[in-house]
Structures are given as structure tokens and as C-alpha cells.
Design a protein around this ligand. Structure first.
Ligand SMILES: Cc1cc2nc3c(=O)[nH]c(=O)nc-3n(C[C@H](O)[C@H](O)[C@H](O)COP(=O)(O)OP(=O)(O)OC[C@H]3O[C@@H](n4cnc5c(N)ncnc54)[C@H](O)[C@@H]3O)c2cc1C
Length: 404
């Protein structure tokens, strides 16, 4: 089968399927792995999944286990903290690690399985579905004027991200809802003295968030008044003005402005072609759930495809499993997207409303809801968070679980 895109979701899906002996070709347009470090939060359900391909332990060794998050309001008053150490999981923390490291380790995991091939420099350009397979058109990413190549597969997974070309080839209209909130983030050598704690500052001038990630490094995110193509030293200035912390611009790594959009595909299953990861859903990065939602898509889809390739599903059952994949993973994506938006709305409130926000947050962080916060942010309470953890088991779900 073919997977388009070697981001975290394509690589993980490829590793899951090839571990089961399935022949997988992954086509990636970029000639080399991406150096960017967008997603840094890996939740306990994702670590449980990554463990299936031997990637959890090396990832943990490369990152920082985040055991608590401190939340501050106006005049840097401490409103409370969420403590992950009591989570009901083998992994009682959220791992923070750059996305580039996650991808490198998944690529390494893939190399263990001889039936997997990662083909870089190949750009997906179109597809045609036939009754018994899918023909895909591929371009040489370095020389797109060269005549295209065609390859035939039984199934295709679109893991080619938010601007998915596979999704466009299926004729799916893409109309994301853009939020007014905008941010800039940058990684600095960690001279905060805050150790492994994450700190969120919800100030009347806008949010400032700070997370440890690769050892020695800290990610800073600040809310901006509008999208900044060229943020320069806006982040350092805002952190100093809003929080009183001075960051050394000479010890800055990667910096990137970002906006927020939300879109969830009406369907994930299209006959022999399936969407997974950001091609199927985009949500606010504030909340750190997009990649984690995608890992669980990959787990579900791998079970459907493996069962089908083992001839364990009739045509009708395969169709029903595709529908079920859409239903369960869309519901999970909506839930994650709403949570991310609620966190973002609470954190980005500015001006006079921030006083009311402080009162509400300290009630939530210190009152009767306190014990529910950590499982909520660790994505342990997302409906159908992973196929393996699903409790309500229909006949088809039970069948699919045999192929995990
Ligand atoms: C600032 C920021 C912070 C974030 N933080 C978090 C976080 O903490 N936790 C979290 O869970 N999520 C987070 N996310 C979201 C996360 O980055 C994405 O959900 C994740 O990258 C999606 O992975 P993917 O594999 O689906 O797509 P991508 O990572 O976009 O990978 C798609 C791949 O497909 C390739 N491709 C595209 N088109 C083609 C083509 N035509 N042919 C061949 N290859 C193609 C691309 O080159 C790329 O390698 C964050 C996002 C941002 C922007």
C-alpha cells in the first residue's frame, strides 16, 4: 500500500503496518527530514501507541517529562497548577520533545521493518481509483518538469498534512475557520531556572506560555496582536514586559509565527483512500493535540487495513470499518478541537475581562474540578482516545482489535 507524506503520522502508520509484515511505500516530497519543531507535547495515550513500534523509550530519553503546569494570572499571581503525576497511565507525564526528534525516531523505527520503503523527493500529484486498486501519479520533487511516474496500489493513506494534495484530488472542499488569535513561538537555551515545570501566564496584555522540551531548551509562545510575518524580537520584548523574564536573543534557536485554524473533514474514508492526521483535521496548536489525535487515527486505520489485507473482512465489512473509522476518529477530532479552543479562549482573553478569568481559573484549578484537569489535558478522556482503549465494543470493533 502507499502512504503519502512522511510527517509523524505517515511514518507511524508505515511502522505499524510494516511491523505486521505489510508492504508499505511512503512517498515524501522533501529530500530530507524537516528541521522544524512545531509539536512538542506527546500525551500518554500517544506514548502507549508509539511503544508498539519501539519508539516510546528513545523518545522519552530525548525529551522532558512534564509533570506539572503552573498557571499565573494578572501581576503574575499563581492561580494554581495541574499535576500529571497522578495520571492513570504507565506514562504519568506529558512528554515534551521537538517534532523533528519524534520524526527522526519514527524514521529509525521504520528502518527495522524490511517491508517498508521511504522514498524521498517524490511528490504525489494525482490519483485514479479503479475497482481493484488506486493508480497514483508522482513527480520528481526536484525536477517537476520530468514526465510523471505512475504506480498502482491496493490502498492509499493521505498523511500529507493540512494542505493535502490527496484530499484535493478526491474533490474534498477545504474551508478552514481561521481564528483571530495569533502567536509567535521560539526556542531558547533554558536559563529560566524553572526546571521541568511548564508555566502559563495569562496577562491582560496577552498570553505567554513556556515549556521545557529537549534537554537544555525551553519553548516560549506569546500571543501577538495580529499575524507577524517577521516578528524580529517581539517575543523577547513581550516576555520581559508581561512576565519580567529577560531572554537572551543570542541564545535563540528556531522562531516561527503561527495562526490558528480549525477544519475537520466530513469523511475520512473514500473507498480505497483514507485521510489521517492533519489531512483530516486541523485544530489550534494551543492545547497540543493535533499530532496526538493523528497518532490514534493511524492506529485505527492500521487495524482496518491490516485486517483487510489479511482477507479477514468481506467487502461489506471493509466498507463498514471505513465508516466506523470516520465516525470514531471524527468524534475524537471534534472533542480535541473543542478542548484546544476552550484553552485558547481562556488564555487569550485580554484587558478588563482578565480579572474575571483569574477568578474562574483559580476556582477550576483549586476547586472540585481540580482532579479532572490533568486527565483532560493529557487526552485520557477523549472519546475513543485509542482503538485499544475503547470500552464500548461493537462486533466490528472487537474484530479490529484482533488486528492491533
Ligand atoms: C506551532 C505548532 C505547535 C504545535 N504543537 C503541537 C503539540 O504540542 N502537540 C500536538 O499533538 N500537535 C501540535 N501541533 C500540530 C502538529 O504539528 C501536526 O498535527 C502534525 O505535524 C501533523 O502531522 P502529519 O503527519 O499529519 O502532517 P505533517 O506534519 O504536515 O506532514 C505531512 C508530510 O507530507 C509531506 N507532503 C505534503 N504534500 C505532499 C505531496 N504532495 N507529496 C508527498 N509528500 C507530501 C510534507 O512534506 C510532510 O512531510 C502543532 C502545530 C503547530 C503549527
Amino acid at each position: 500500500m502507499a502512504i503519502i507524506g512522511a510527517g509523524p503520522i505517515g511514518l507511524f502508520l508505515g511502522a505499524l503496518l510494516s511491523k505486521r509484515g505489510r508492504s508499505v511505500r511512503i512517498f515524501e516530497q522533501s529530500p530530507s527530514p524537516s528541521p522544524g519543531s512545531n509539536a512538542i507535547g506527546v500525551t500518554p495515550p500517544s506514548l502507549e501507541l508509539l511503544d508498539k513500534v519501539g519508539a516510546a523509550e528513545p523518545l522519552i530519553a530525548s525529551g522532558t517529562p512534564l509533570r506539572d503546569v503552573w498557571v499565573y494570572g494578572r501581576r503574575t499571581r499563581l492561580l494554581g497548577r495541574a499535576d500529571f503525576s497522578t495520571l492513570d497511565s504507565k506514562y504519568n507525564f506529558i512528554l515534551t520533545v521537538p517534532q523533528s526528534t519524534t520524526e527522526t525516531l519514527l524514521e529509525r523505527a521504520l528502518q527495522f521493518y524490511p517491508s517498508a520503503a521511504l522514498l524521498r523527493g517524490r511528490r504525489f500529484d494525482g490519483l485514479e481509483q479503479e475497482p481493484d486498486g488506486v493508480r497514483i501519479r508522482l513527480l520528481d520533487a526536484k525536477d517537476p518538469d520530468r514526465p510523471p511516474a505512475f504506480e498502482d496500489f491496493r490502498y492509499v493513506a493521505a498523511c500529507d498534512g493540512a494542505k493535502s494534495q490527496v484530499r484535493a484530488s478526491l474533490g474534498v472542499a477545504w474551508n478552514p475557520r481561521r481564528s483571530a488569535s495569533t502567536f509567535v513561538m521560539a526556542d531558547f537555551f533554558d536559563e529560566s531556572g524553572w526546571g521541568e515545570a511548564a508555566k502559563l501566564f495569562f496577562t491582560p496584555d496577552g498570553a505567554v506560555e513556556s515549556f521545557p522540551h529537549a534537554p537544555g531548551w525551553r519553548r516560549w509562545i506569546v500571543q501577538t496582536p495580529g499575524f507577524m510575518d517577521n516578528p524580529g524580537s517581539y517575543l523577547e520584548q513581550s516576555v520581559e514586559a508581561r512576565v519580567g523574564m529577560v531572554l537572551d536573543p543570542l541564545r535563540k534557536g528556531w522562531q516561527s509565527p503561527f495562526g490558528v485554524q480549525r477544519w475537520i473533514a466530513p469523511r475520512y474514508d473514500f473507498g480505497r483512500v483514507f485521510l489521517a492526521g492533519d489531512s483530516a483535521h486541523q485544530m489550534s496548536p494551543i492545547g497540543g493535540q493535533g499530532m496526538n489525535t493523528g497518532f490514534a487515527d493511524a492506529e485505527f486505520l492500521a487495524a482496518v487495513l491490516h485486517a483487510r489485507l489479511e482477507n479477514a473482512l468481506t467487502d461489506a465489512e471493509f466498507l463498514a470499518c471505513g465508516r466506523l473509522y470516520t465516525k470514531i476518529r471524527r468524534r475524537a477530532a471534534w472533542s480535541a478541537a473543542h478542548r484546544a479552543e476552550a484553552s485558547m479562549a481562556a488564555g487569550t482573553m485580554r484587558g478588563n475581562l482578565s480579572g474575571a478569568r483569574d477568578n474562574l481559573l483559580s476556582w477550576v484549578l483549586q476547586g472540585p474540578l481540580k482532579s479532572r484537569l490533568a486527565p483532560h489535558y493529557a487526552m485520557l478522556t477523549i472519546p475513543g482516545r485509542t482503538l485499544g482503549a475503547m470500552r464500548k465494543n461493537s462486533r466490528l470493533i472487537r474484530r479490529l482489535k484482533e488486528f492491533l
